[in-house]
Design a protein around this ligand. Structure first.
Ligand code: GLA
Length: 389
């Protein structure tokens, strides 16, 4: 176990932690804003993530502490909780609330969290803490839920307790991710394939725009509603449950049913993005990285022009990448409105890229972006060997 975390636990709670768990963050390689439309997505877990140390207490209280945030909270044992304010501990509190809907009754517990996923960066720090807490409580108290149930519980917390109508991609990839693999997940059936993410001479660079995503939750829910409106219009003529059941050809035959121009743009993105994921999965399988990169650029353009979830910061990064000789593909990843972009960068150019991008970005935006090269790592696990990187 990592000594600093253990020391911090000891200091805060005056007892030793008994168990440690880890849940990663995620990047989505391609397939954006289509998980809640029953589409195909291609996320992978990254080696940055969130750790949780815990030990029972005899005081009948649930205590939340984090190394990252000053706010702490103590909650008495109750069968039900509700969201209080916007603090970080609402995410794990929601998990206690949801898990206690079954037979389980919580008892006193001291919890200490630490994360190295930049908050609000689109790398799913919130899903990471949800899945981490659900997995840890399930394992520690032997509650008997399988991983998929824990994913669904975590998504429910995000949707109902927190109030963001997100799809299942983040929680799923954080639970089921595997080192050096991407998941090709059908968000309608929840069937998935694990594919080798062999990037050959390239690395996956993650570029954080350092633009905080204040409006993201309300804008996100707005996009979900726009997709529902598109589906409703199409359903007047065709029998579908999800927008992603349509290929681009079939969509073209019925798109006249959508009379609102904005809604039409949103639906066009969804259908075409879903097609791109099929092509991208094929390209990755065949080692055609240039084709994969081309699809990444096309995805970004669609998110920028049709889905309108990019922004000047993300566009500045992707535009720079297009002009940079040693990058073959780049796009925003996650919900958008700020947060992170990803790029396929030729090995050996990490430093040069960081330097040149920083100059260009500061000139355009006024403050620097941050560049990381994380590896593709494992999903949630008990991790008494804490390896913070
Ligand atoms: C957020 C949501 C996901 C997904 C992405 C966009 O990360 O939590 O469910 O919709 O945005 O692809």
């Amino acid at each position: 176990m990592n000594n600093e975390l253990v020391d911090a636990f000891l200091q805060k709670y005056n007892q030793q932690p008994i168990a440690t768990y880890f849940a990663p963050g995620r990047v989505n390689l391609i397939g954006e804003h289509i998980d809640y439309n029953g589409g195909l997505v291609m996320p992978c877990a990254i080696t940055a993530g969130t750790w949780l140390l815990l030990a029972p207490n005899n005081d009948g209280v649930i205590r939340f502490n984090s190394i990252n945030f000053e706010e702490t909270a103590n909650f008495p044992i109750q069968k039900e909780y509700s969201k209080t304010g916007k603090e970080w501990y609402n995410y794990p509190l929601g998990i206690f609330h949801e898990l206690q809907k079954g037979d389980w009754n919580a008892s006193g517990l001291d919890l200490l969290y630490f994360g190295n996923i930049p908050i609000g960066s689109g790398l799913s720090s919130s899903a990471s803490i949800e899945v981490l807490t659900a997995f840890a409580l399930n394992d520690f108290y032997d509650l008997g839920n399988d991983k998929l149930s824990l994913v669904k519980i975590s998504k429910k917390v995000e949707n109902e307790f927190i109030g963001v109508n997100s799809g299942i991609m983040d929680q799923f990839s954080i639970a089921f991710g595997e080192a050096d693999k991407a998941l090709v997940l059908d968000c309608d059936t929840l069937k998935y394939k694990v594919v080798d993410c062999d990037l050959g001479d390239y690395v996956l660079a993650i570029i954080n725009t350092n633009k905080t995503r204040e409006l993201s939750d309300s804008k996100y829910n707005e996009r979900v509603e726009e997709c529902e409106a598109a589906l409703k219009a199409l359903k007047s003529e065709i029998n579908i449950q999800n927008l992603c059941e349509l290929t681009a050809e079939k969509f073209a035959l019925h798109s006249h049913l959508i009379t609102d121009e904005t809604i039409l743009k949103r639906a066009t993105h969804v259908v075409k993005e879903n097609d791109r994921v099929h092509l991208a999965a094929k390209a990755l399988n065949n080692g055609e990285l240039k084709e994969f990169g081309r699809l990444m650029y096309a995805s970004h353009q669609s998110l920028r022009e049709l889905y309108e979830v990019s922004g000047k910061e993300l566009d500045a990064v992707v535009d720079f990448c297009k002009d940079y000789e040693h990058i073959i593909g780049a796009r925003m990843t996650g919900a958008g409105f700020g947060g992170c972009a990803i790029a396929l960068l030729k090995k050996g150019y990490e430093e040069d890229f960081a330097k040149q991008l920083t100059e260009d970005y500061v000139a355009k935006i006024g403050y620097p972006a941050a560049i990381y090269v994380h590896q593709i790592g494992d999903g949630v696990k008990r991790s008494d060997e804490v390896l913070v990187n």
